[in-house]
Write a protein that binds this ligand. Structure first.
Ligand SMILES: Nc1ncnc2c1ncn2[C@@H]1O[C@H](COP(=O)(O)OP(=O)(O)OP(=O)(O)O)[C@@H](O)[C@H]1O
Ligand SMILES: [Mg+2]
Length: 506
């Protein structure tokens, strides 16, 4: 019997213009959580997709329990006990939660699919997770966080020996993360081996035993987490030391740029935004904190004119304005980088260049001709500024790694030179080096007088970057904290104000 549950040897995989994996080795023991670290584009997801039978490597071997195994398809992977939570959600939106969990292996009775049993079993799984999600809900009606939770439940519901989680916690809140960690510990105690990919370095010490690092498609090394200081890991990942992580020169500004009074999504049944008022001053970073589902993104959608029938008053530089669409919002100098790049953000089948300049294209079209030089220049400017990893401006966005897609999207909205920039989870899925860069860019923008609203579920990020933080809970603002008084406890207290003893509707 081999010492390893899984061994990947000398894996090589190329795409046109990109050597994604160059002779990568990886070993997983039964009963361990093994973190896979690396910058955006390092090759983590590609390695996982090779293991999952989605990509076929040009070279390399895979051994399971010491026996060489050809994983030629997704089904072969599953037959070998491999279950994967992919980085990009792959649920079917117009089907129910239960149907998604049982997709392809629906319980069948005399009269076809036994929906009652399917619903009941799915509900049971959801309940062990204590999610407050109904098995009968349509995926499309769930928030991104809830969808991510359904993915997790689905992956675990297979009796797997090897579980891979590619950034499972990127959009769920601390409470759910803790729950996930408990489940991981339980699985590991039963001998499952878990491969865990995350850009949240703080999670490493909590759940991971060992860590392997990839850089530019190459294997760098493997360490025991508890014996390895964080700087060493960062150094392995980025190949240099990162001297400053958060960059923020706090401001105390009095000039109010935006004032919102009683924003309300006016939906009777499932209210997400309930008379929300706040203001943003010039050059400020205003944080919005709260648990998943607290209504932060929805509030910004109301402000940005995306929620039909929403009510409330918006004042920009003291003047009352009417914002009924994203175009109106942009005309008033507001830009929004949405949370979900897949659904709301990127044109996935278009190039990096197209995606970078689509919002500002009108500026350099004259006489029906696009000034291509200018377009190329702007695109390159943001590729350089964000250190976006792409073989060229013409690369299709869907072929970029997750973190690099996020960089393209932020770059696009920076190109519009907004007065007020709304960032919804801007560093989701972004590596440590790029995070530091995004923070630096945010700080720089505020120095130029731009105001920023940042929604974030990562408390350290909110605490270190924001000048003031509004905390929301169940659609209402429960408080506002100045940066001097910011702490995780202060935020969590306001974020959970009403849920104590209250109803739980996810
Ligand atoms: N289908 C594809 N076609 C072309 N290039 C690809 C494809 N998939 C991945 N790549 C490229 O391979 C490299 C590795 O990408 P991968 O998605 O594995 O990175 P990652 O480590 O998962 O990054 P992230 O942390 O951003 O998710 C990147 O340069 C990416 O652009
Ligand atoms: Mg990835």
């Amino acid at each position: 019997m081999s010492e390893y549950l899984l061994e990947m040897k000398n894996i090589c995989k190329s795409f046109p213009g990109v050597k994604a994996l160059q002779g990568v080795d990886f070993q997983l023991k039964a009963g361990e959580v093994h973190a896979l670290l690396g910058e955006n584009g390092a090759g983590k997801s590609t390695l996982i997709k090779v293991l999952g039978g989605i990509y076929h490597p040009e070279e390399g071997q895979i051994f399971i329990n010491g026996r060489e195994t050809a994983i030629t398809s997704v089904n072969r992977a599953r037959d070998n006990g491999i279950s994967i939570i992919h980085q990009e959600l792959v649920l079917v939106p117009h089907m129910t939660v239960a149907e998604n969990i049982f997709l392809g292996r629906e319980p069948v009775g005399k009269f076809g699919i036994n929906y009652v049993r399917m619903g009941r079993e799915a509900q049971k799984m959801l309940d062990t997770f204590d999610l407050g999600i109904s098995a009968e809900s349509l995926i499309a009606d769930l928030s991104i966080a809830q969808q991510q939770l359904v993915e997790i439940v689905k992956a675990i519901s297979f009796n797997c020996r090897i579980l891979v989680m590619d950034e499972p916690t990127s959009s769920i809140s601390d409470k759910e993360v803790e729950h996930l960690f408990e489940i991981m510990r339980d699985l590991v105690s039963k001998g499952v081996g878990i491969i865990y990919i995350s850009h949240k370095m703080s999670e490493l010490n909590i759940v991971c035993d060992r860590v392997s690092v990839l850089r530019d498609g190459m294997y760098v090394g493997t360490c025991v987490v508890s014996e390895t200081p964080r700087d060493i890991l960062i150094n392995m990942m980025v190949g240099r030391e990162l001297n400053r992580y958060y960059t923020r020169d706090h401001v105390k500004s009095s000039e109010v740029v935006l004032k919102c009074k009683n924003l309300d999504d006016a939906k009777k049944r499932l209210k997400r935004v309930d008379h929300v008022s706040f203001e943003v001053r010039k050059g400020e970073i205003v944080g919005f904190a709260g648990l998943v589902g607290a209504g932060r993104s929805e509030t910004m959608h109301c402000l940005f004119g995306l929620t039909r029938g929403s009510t409330g008053e918006v004042y920009i530089e003291g003047k009352r304005v009417q914002i009924n669409s994203a175009v109106d919002a942009m005309r008033h100098g507001i830009s929004l980088v949405p949370e979900d790049r897949k659904l709301e953000g990127l044109y996935h089948l278009q190039s990096v260049r197209f995606n970078s300049t689509i919002e500002v294209l009108h500026e350099f079209i004259s006489h029906l001709r696009v000034n291509e030089e200018r377009e190329a220049e702007i695109t390159q400017q943001f590729i350089d500024k964000m250190h976006t990893k792409t073989p060229s401006q013409y690369q299709t966005v869907t072929n970029l790694s997750g973190g690099n897609q996020q960089k393209v999207m932020i770059g696009r909205w920076l190109a519009t030179s907004p007065k007020l920039l709304i960032l919804d989870e801007p560093t989701r899925g972004v590596d440590v080096g790029a995070k530091a860069e995004i923070y630096e860019i945010m700080n720089e923008l505020t120095k130029q007088g731009v105001s920023i609203i940042m929604i974030s579920s990562e408390l350290p990020e909110i605490i270190n970057m924001a000048d003031r933080v509004y905390v929301m809970c169940e659609g209402k603002v429960t408080g506002c904290i100045d940066y001097e008084d910011l702490s995780q406890e202060a935020i969590m207290k306001l974020a959970t104000l009403e849920t104590v003893g209250g109803q739980n509707n996810g």
